[in-house]
Write a new protein. Structure first.
Length: 326
């Protein structure tokens, strides 16, 4: 009821009467008042006028199940939200839920993570009150070898979601880092449970630097936040809702072809590495090449100095700019 009342307040510019809310939710005026009072304590500015009802004046940067529920406008992606003020890792919670067959598209969101994860076991720093830490649970009916393509779909969704909410020009550093003005804003980590030829579940974790003001010395040259780039705070729940809506749309395009053919051109238009010289870092080998773009299965196509084209696989190598991060 709390999420639905909040959604109604956001959708209406005029007052909603207490009687109307009582009738819609089949509860007493006291029950409605308690919900309104709880929302006020969470920071929502709600005006109450006798004989008129309630009107939402201002929404704060609240991270809660009710706030996210009130904003998500999808068929299944993020429709079921499980929220934590604090947890070890939203990926861990999603994998556990996958083993218990929680619904497809369930979204796990935390205000703070104690054990956030990045690629190759790196720790993703996860303070409270400033970032988005979320993981979506999926049950794709595709061969396990195709699952890494889902990471690129999420990269497109995050990049577009940030553009939509902030107006910032976002790019993708292959395969799945989101960059603004050459600095990393977001990391994405996909994990899955599989049999030999069957996927049990896939979880895609997303960490977006939203309202940080500073970063540790070891990453401050390559990392930034949306607030630092835009000059003002961003409401995190609205960005979550935007990413979920876009991801749902592109996931369904992927389902039709089971590859990236329908999204390849869009991804390449966002690819910061495209048509640039890059440094390819393979285990025990490092060389320069010219990045052409991704193919239909998400590998990066590069042209080596001898003129040959080569497919680069994300799980095996890293790509850097010749003179820095991008």
């Amino acid at each position: 009821m709390k999420s639905e009342i909040l959604r109604l307040l956001k959708e209406n510019d005029t007052y909603i009467s207490g009687q109307q809310l009582c009738e819609q939710f089949q509860v007493s005026r006291t029950a409605i008042w308690k919900v309104i009072d709880q929302l006020k304590k969470e920071g929502y500015q709600i005006e109450a006028v006798r004989n008129k009802g309630y009107r939402l004046i201002e929404s704060p940067d609240v991270m809660s199940k009710a706030e996210i529920d009130s904003l998500v406008d999808t068929k299944w992606a993020g429709k079921n939200v499980i929220y934590y003020d604090e947890t070890d890792s939203t990926n861990n919670r999603a994998k556990e839920a996958g083993n218990n067959k929680e619904p497809h598209g369930t979204l796990f969101v935390a205000d703070m993570q104690m054990a956030g994860k990045g690629r190759r076991g790196r720790v993703w720093k996860s303070p409270s009150g400033s970032s988005i830490y979320m993981t979506i649970l999926l049950y794709p009916d595709i061969p396990p070898v195709k699952a890494p393509q889902l990471t690129l779909i999420m990269a497109i969704a995050v990049a577009e979601g940030i553009r939509e909410v902030t107006g910032l020009e976002t790019k993708i550093k292959w395969p799945n880092d989101i960059v603004v003005n050459g600095k990393k804003i977001c990391g994405i980590l996909t994990e899955m449970s599989t049999e030999i030829d069957y996927i049990n579940h896939v979880v895609i974790g997303v960490g977006i630097n939203v309202n940080q003001d500073t970063f540790p010395d070891d990453i401050k040259e390559t990392a930034s936040s949306l607030k630092m780039e835009l000059g003002k705070r961003i409401k995190r729940s609205g960005l979550i809702a935007a990413v979920m809506k876009i991801f749902e749309k592109y996931y369904e395009i992927f389902q039709e072809t089971e590859d990236l053919s329908g999204l390849q051109e869009l991804y390449n238009s966002m690819l910061v590495n495209k048509d640039r010289e890059v440094k390819v870092l393979e285990p025990g080998n490092e060389y320069k090449a010219y990045a052409i773009g991704i193919n239909q299965t998400g590998e990066l196509i590069v042209r080596t100095p001898d003129g040959k084209e080569k497919e680069i696989y994300a799980g095996e190598v890293s790509v850097r700019g010749v003179y820095g991060y991008v």
